[in-house]
Design a protein around this ligand. Structure first.
Ligand SMILES: Cc1cc2nc3c(=O)[nH]c(=O)nc-3n(C[C@H](O)[C@H](O)[C@H](O)COP(=O)(O)OP(=O)(O)OC[C@H]3O[C@@H](n4cnc5c(N)ncnc54)[C@H](O)[C@@H]3O)c2cc1C
Length: 458
């Protein structure tokens, strides 16, 4: 039995009283705060790190802006974000990709800076270095949160709270129903991203295009690399096999490397620590140590086996372990694998989305992908936790099954659900109703006015 103590009740200061509180400043959170603040409401964003952007800052391309038919299906505020990065030379356009449907490379540091600028322009009150640790409830309604920082334990009261923590921290504390993992409770493994510079990317592309017999690629034709300079490369299973035979300890089956913004830069997504529970600090600590160890071996592998990496060096290492999966909050509707793969439509759609069910297997070192024909809808009900009022969900923790989450987790979709949650919170506060009572067609109209794409009637 776990030893317990009783924490005495105490008076704590109320740091702020706001209309809308966004918890978590990643892709979902910055969009939620921007959308919520557009109408003069008092909006606050709290973030436990020293910068905004979450996983936008660790070298990942944003996946999912295009549908499989090639048209842009995520527009609105996420699209504005990318256009502003592009104007600074810090994002590529959206590139169609046979494997990941679409990729948009972005600069991590530039994303942090832009996110901060947008919060300032939108008059969002940002509080960083602050962890949300609990909620303030009245019956089943969230009335605010408890935060912890160097200033101690404080409260923030809010008319509506949006959980953009990725891990569903607020919803879990509010007593929402939570699910984790697949049928056996196993979750996708985490990774520490890092970048290398000094890579001869032309040599890499030509080698892959010229020697398909040597450099196998998953799904993407080798010829693709002759013409496209911005790419995610997934494959070289045979090289990994060779490296293992030569005594290297590589934990993944595939080489996963992606171009960045600088011409000699690539980001490496090749550590994985199976069996990690991202909600347990001890697990996270051990997985962090282990991922760093794996990355050292990955660097040796890349320099020895992957053309163009011979003279490369490690440039940046992500400051945290990237979590692919943790809590999923059960909402009024739970998006399923069928909804994704069959491209289901919903009358309460708040955005369209397109990305395969991309499952990094919880056991072993492999991954599988399954695609829909073009795109699917995400219904508003996935953003509303069942049985809890005053709270909305956006980003990775929205209401889906384990498999559907393997599609909705990519950042364009997280940004789109963030924008929708922010707009819904705004409408709820202005009408003085709970998020579940928001008029959905008014929400859809408001999103359309911001440029959000909805699928045309069939
Ligand atoms: C290794 C890896 C590779 C991936 N590859 C891609 C890819 O190539 N392209 C792609 O589009 N997606 C990719 N994804 C998925 C994607 O990055 C995430 O699913 C997405 O960023 C989730 O967005 P979010 O806003 O919900 O959460 P996050 O990006 O995790 O942001 C959550 C924010 O909330 C803050 N926070 C959390 N808890 C609290 C709290 N209690 N109090 C205060 N602040 C808190 C965090 O510090 C963070 O800033 C990848 C994920 C991983 C881990």
């Amino acid at each position: 039995m776990i030893k317990e103590i009783i924490e005495p009740a105490r008076h704590i200061p109320v740091r702020a009283e706001v209309d809308i509180l966004v918890v978590g400043g990643g892709p979902a959170g910055i969009m939620a705060a921007q959308a919520a603040a557009a109408d003069g409401l008092k909006v606050m964003l709290i973030e436990n790190r020293s910068y905004l952007g979450g996983n936008l800052t660790i070298g990942l391309p944003i996946l999912g802006f295009l549908g499989r038919k090639g048209n842009e299906i995520i527009k609105g505020l996420p699209s504005d974000f990318v256009h502003r990065l592009q104007a600074r030379g810090q994002a590529t356009g959206h590139r169609a990709c046979p494997l990941h449907v679409s990729l948009t490379m972005i600069g991590g540091e530039a994303s942090k800076k832009l996110a901060t600028e947008i919060m300032e322009e939108s008059h969002v009150d940002v509080l960083m270095y602050t962890l949300c640790t609990d909620v303030i409830m009245e019956d089943h309604t969230v009335k605010g949160v408890i935060i912890e920082s160097k200033a101690g334990r404080e409260a923030i009261l809010a008319k509506t709270v949006i959980d953009c923590t990725g891990d569903g921290d607020v919803a879990a504390r509010a007593g929402a129903q939570i699910e984790k993992g697949n049928d056996e409770g196993r979750m996708q493994p985490p990774t520490i991203m890092f970048s290398m510079r000094g890579i001869d990317i032309k040599k890499l592309r030509e080698s892959v295009a010229d020697h398909p017999e040597e450099y196998d690629v998953d799904i993407i034709p080798n010829e693709f690399f002759r013409t496209d300079a911005n790419f995610t490369f997934v494959g070289m299973r045979r090289k990994i096999h060779e490296a293992r035979q030569a005594g290297m300890n590589i934990n993944v089956e595939r080489t996963i490397i992606m171009t960045g913004i600088a011409p000699d830069e690539m980001w490496i997504n090749m550590s994985r620590v199976n069996g990690t529970d991202a909600l347990d600090p001890k697990d996270n600590t051990e997985a962090t140590f282990e991922a760093h160890r794996q990355n050292e071996e990955v660097v040796r592998y890349l320099k020895a086996y992957v053309p163009g990496f011979e003279n490369a060096w490690v440039d940046k290492v992500a400051p945290f372990l990237g979590t692919r999966e943790s809590r999923r909050v059960v909402g009024k509707y739970m998006l399923t694998r069928d909804d994704v793969l069959q491209g289901h439509r919903f009358p309460d759609a708040i955005c369209a989305a397109s990305y395969p069910i991309d499952l990094h297997h919880p056991v072993g070192g492999d991954c599988t992908l399954e695609w829909c024909d073009d795109c699917y809808d995400i219904p508003y009900r996935c953003l509303i936790p069942k049985g809890v009022d005053g709270l909305l969900l956006a980003g990775r923790c929205i209401s889906t099954t384990h498999e559907a989450m393997a599609s909705t987790r990519v950042m364009s979709i997280c940004m789109a659900t963030g924008e929708a949650a922010g707009k819904a919170a705004q409408l709820a506060v202005k009408a003085g109703v709970a998020p579940a009572q928001v008029n959905v067609s008014a929400l859809q109209d408001a999103l359309r006015q911001e440029g959000v794409y909805f699928r045309p009637e069939e």
